[in-house]
Design a protein around this ligand. Structure first.
Ligand code: UDP
Length: 369
């Protein structure tokens, strides 16, 4: 069967890479990889780390392009790939403009669609942010849904998807994490990791911060920065913040947090260095989806700087806590974890609901010859 895996952003690349590697080894699959490059540099780093090469690089990101411009360019550029390759299946991931537009292009051509990380929902109605509508639109036209958890399966079934069209797999991010951890354990080191080692001070508790969500642009990031500034004054704490390249993140963070003792603003890290940093962290403060899924496997408590989440399993399991963006709330939740070892122990030892690292094997089993 001919299969096209298509993705565009860093997190999608991380989560699709283990599947691409698995499919490459499957003689029943003729695999093509297509990247839209919604992220450019951060995506290329992931491809390099996992040793993947794109058969099609659509290179569609332009500065200041609107979501509609991006969406229409993805739709028409991917249509040409479909025309040329005539695949049996396309695999899309998650909730990006790449996912929804490539799925739509495949739907118009009657190509079957598989959706990895299917069934996540916030069900927030009039949100101006595209993720929820991207995942719902993609889910509507998907033929085969790979749900990471039973609650994502339940969402799909409530929406009328037949049970036989859903497979609960665990999240492929755990497969990717295992690959990265194995590599680190076998002595892998690069310049970024060497540099991190020189920044991390023995005896200090590392608080790692990441953020990139549109919903936190503006006031959200200003409040987050205020909280981080306050946290950096706690004795024995060291903040390490790989700052996302989006100017809406760069600007407030550089304006409000530059030059403060104990706060290390660094460039976004390539995946292996970020995994190294997560391992070295005491607490992780983030608005990221993927980090919420990965960090519990490393035994690291995650405080999520959002008001809502499409990943309720981790909150229920107790590995993750929603803290929003109120500076006082963020500060007090971090301080409580630092000062109360029982709280810390409870969060860091809770069970990770996002899987066992065998997700891509479960998907691959459906495609053996
Ligand atoms: N990540 C990375 N380098 C960084 C920050 C994050 O490689 O400097 C990884 C992280 O391990 C996770 C993914 O990027 O696998 C999450 O991406 P992001 O937070 O951008 O997106 P989301 O998961 O929220 O869609």
């Amino acid at each position: 069967q001919k299969v096209i895996l298509v993705f565009g952003t860093r997190p999608e690349a991380i989560k699709m890479a283990p599947l691409a590697l698995k499919f490459k080894d499957n003689p029943a699959i003729d695999l093509k990889i297509c990247i839209t490059a919604q992220h450019r540099h951060m995506l290329d780093q992931v491809m390099e780390f996992f040793g993947l090469q794109a058969d099609y690089d659509l290179d569609l990101m332009k500065a200041n392009q609107s979501l509609n411009q991006l969406a229409s360019r993805i739709l028409s550029a991917f249509d040409e790939v479909l025309e040329r390759e005539q695949p049996d299946w396309i695999f899309v991931h998650g909730d990006t403009t790449t996912s929804s537009m490539c799925a739509l292009a495949a739907f118009h051509r009657r190509v079957r669609i598989a959706h990895v990380e299917a069934g996540l929902r916030t069900y927030i109605k009039d949100s101006p942010f595209p993720e929820e509508i991207n995942r719902q639109m993609t889910g509507k036209i998907t033929d085969l849904h790979f749900a990471p958890t039973t609650s994502s399966r339940d969402n799909l079934q409530r929406e009328g998807v037949e049970e036989q069209d859903i497979l609960v797999t665990g999240n492929t991010v755990i497969d990717a994490l295992h690959l990265a951890v194995q590599k680190l354990q076998s002595g892998y080191e690069d310049d970024e990791i060497a540099q991190l080692k020189s920044v991390i001070t023995a005896g200090k508790k590392v608080i790692t911060v990441t953020g990139h969500r549109r919903e936190n642009f503006g006031g959200g990031f200003e409040r987050i920065c205020e909280a981080i500034k306050k946290l950096s004054a706690i004795e024995d704490v060291q903040v390490i913040f790989p700052v996302h390249l989006n100017p809406n993140v760069q600007q407030p963070v550089n304006d409000l947090l530059s030059g403060i003792a104990n706060i290390h603003l660094i460039s976004p890290l390539a995946y292996p260095a970020f995994v190294y940093l997560m391992q070295a962290s005491h607490i992780i403060l983030t608005d990221s989806g993927g980090v919420q899924e990965e960090a519990p496997s490393l035994g690291k408590p995650v405080l999520v700087m959002r008001e809502n989440t499409e990943r309720p399993e981790a909150v229920e399991a107790g590995t993750v806590k929603l803290v929003g963006t109120d500076p006082e709330k963020i500060y007090s939740e971090v301080a409580a974890l630092i000062q109360n070892p029982e709280n810390y122990q409870r969060m860091s030892s809770a069970y990770n609901p996002y899987g066992d690292g065998q997700a891509v094997e479960r998907i691959n089993q459906l495609f053996v010859g």
